[in-house]
Write a protein that binds this ligand. Structure first.
Ligand SMILES: Nc1ncnc2c1ncn2[C@@H]1O[C@H](COP(=O)(O)OP(=O)(O)OP(=O)(O)O)[C@@H](O)[C@H]1O
Ligand SMILES: [Mg+2]
Length: 273
């Protein structure tokens, strides 16, 4: 069984691509076979890690053809492959919009994909047909949320509207997965617990349990930017640090343990040795 996770938000610039790359890097280093899918027209994830092998095709063929054949490139990180975004003219969005089953082509393609434990799909930071493609392909959704109250309200409103709009897709065999909100880029001036509690109340009541807020919080630290510049997963970049903020390795391990409790993590990653 391949677990499909889509990182999504109705808002741009919240940390989706960074989170996708780092989750993928950690899961791959823990011995899982991982496939990243860059489903954003802006191909940021596609160049996050250097490629060892470039496939002839990418996202365009995957979505229009409903097939992975010829679309999977290899990154320099062992166990980590990627479908790169290759839609420079931006025709894909329109194609999905005007193709009756366009929104479920990736979901269909994933049914025939074997050899991967986890597929992580990065999406664009704006509502649109291509975002729907990623959301409908997933077993579960993760949404980074900026820890300011206004952004949090926007998260609740925007995300609930998206889930409501896509809900009828369950009648076509494409139910929307459970959505986990992840408080992301928390700086030490903000009281994490207060923001988290406020968000939990706001979203839980309104979403009738379809959204939950994770306990793990991703702090705002330079390590995430530096690791991106160095093109390495952040858990490798920052294995320990001084001060109250947990290091990136600890944070990413805590996230995987909470989100995917069935995944075994080696002792050196968990920090036991
Ligand atoms: N934990 C973090 N701490 C500090 N900066 C971060 C952190 N995570 C990501 N960033 C920075 O925040 C910026 C936005 O991140 P990212 O590109 O991942 O967002 P995005 O949601 O994918 O954006 P878009 O909607 O444009 O695709 C980047 O410059 C990234 O380096
Ligand atoms: Mg992005």
């Amino acid at each position: 069984m391949t677990l499909k996770i889509t990182i999504t938000s109705t808002k741009g610039g919240v940390g989706k691509t960074t989170l996708t790359a780092n989750l993928g890097g950690l899961l791959a280093d823990a011995g899982n076979r991982v496939l990243l899918v860059d489903a954003d027209i802006q191909p940021t994830l596609s160049s996050y890690y250097p490629l060892e092998f470039q496939a002839p095709d990418g996202l365009h063929r995957l979505v229009t053809g409903g097939l992975f054949d010829g679309t999977i490139s290899g990154t320099v990180i062992p166990n980590l492959d990627i479908v790169v975004s290759d839609d420079p003219e931006g025709s894909l969005e329109n194609w999905v919009l005007h193709t009756p089953d366009g929104r479920v082509r990736m979901k269909q393609a994933l049914k025939n994909l074997s050899g991967y434990d986890v597929v992580l799909i990065d999406t664009q930071g704006a509502v649109g047909p291509l975002q729907d493609v990623g959301v409908l392909a997933a077993d579960l959704l993760v949404s980074p949320i900026p820890p300011e109250i206004l952004s949090a309200r926007e998260f609740a409103r925007g995300t609930l509207a998206m889930l409501d709009r896509l809900e009828p897709m369950k009648y076509l065999g494409a139910p929307v997965g459970h959505l986990y909100g992840l408080i992301y880029r928390m700086d030490h001036t903000v009281d994490a617990r207060r923001v988290a509690d406020g968000l939990r109340k706001a979203t839980f009541a309104e979403s009738h349990g379809t959204i939950s807020i994770l306990d793990t919080v991703i702090p705002a630290t330079v390590a995430y930017r530096e690791a991106a510049t160095g093109q390495v997963p952040v858990h490798r970049w920052e294995k320990q640090r001084r001060g109250p903020t947990p290091c990136a390795r600890e944070t990413m391990v805590a996230l995987v343990q909470e989100l995917l409790p069935h995944v075994d993590l080696p002792a050196d990653l968990v920090g036991e040795i």
